[in-house]
Design a protein around this ligand. Structure first.
Ligand code: FE2
Length: 231
């Protein structure tokens, strides 16, 4: 049986080409820099999460970060990696959403499990700047292990089942991306596209009932009552 199912996580080295990781990283850095530019902030700065502020770039889980959610670029990678993830998990999957962060110095990812949309997840190192930073898992076997990923390496894990976390970042900057999927035939299949009408759509478009999914170009169809999804 695959390590994924015995331990709850599995590392795959060089799963994404360095050309592709640097392409995605460039897009993310450009997005952050433009946000800063448009607000008159230094390009190399970030605005830590603060619930009192109208604009912040971190999130409540990791304040010392620039977080990016379902960008067109990363949602495209979510679709691109679907066949790979299906072969690694030996499941037919629906993509749910992509989410990433540029972690900055002192960032910490507290120990947690994920919500149902993250049943099958991958964390991909996009831009480590030569300073790999461990992500820890408490496996299904109860053992704790730190995993170090280089650019293009990924770790697939059962997000709803295994605890995972990162200790304080001592480096300056570390960019990482999560790709999330659910089992097409599993208990969380109704979280396809994270309950959005399509990939790339904002979270605010999430609807729980009477959704109509239209994902052209990938042969994804979901009928109005969500009973059948066909690829
Ligand atoms: Fe998580």
């Amino acid at each position: 049986m695959s390590e994924l199912y015995t331990k709850g996580y599995k590392v795959v080295r060089n799963a994404v080409s360095k050309k592709l990781t640097s392409f995605v990283a460039m897009q993310v850095n450009m997005q952050k820099d433009y946000e800063n530019f448009s607000r008159g902030l230094p390009l190399n700065s970030y605005v830590a999460w603060d619930p009192q502020q109208a604009f912040s770039q971190g999130d409540s889980q990791v304040p010392h970060a620039y977080s990016f959610h379902r960008t067109f670029c990363t949602e495209s990678l979510l679709m691109t990696m679907l066949p790979f993830m299906e072969s690694q998990t030996n499941k037919k999957l629906f993509p749910t959403y992509s989410y990433g962060r540029i972690y900055f110095q002192d960032a910490v990812l507290e120990i947690h499990k994920d919500r149902p949309s993250c049943e099958y997840s991958a964390t991909i190192a996009l831009e480590t700047n030569g300073q790999p930073w461990e992500i820890y898992f408490q496996g299904l076997d109860g053992k704790v292990n730190g995993v170090t990923l280089n650019d293009g390496d990924l770790c697939i894990y059962l997000g709803t089942q295994v605890h995972h976390w990162r200790e304080k970042l001592n480096g300056n900057k570390y960019m990482q991306l999560f790709l999330h999927y659910v089992d097409k035939n599993g208990p969380h299949a109704d979280w396809a596209f994270d309950k959005r009408p399509m990939l790339g759509a904002p979270t605010e478009t999430q609807k729980c009932e009477n959704m109509i999914h239209l994902q052209t170009g990938n042969n994804v169809k979901v009928n109005q009552n969500q009973q059948t999804l066909e690829w």
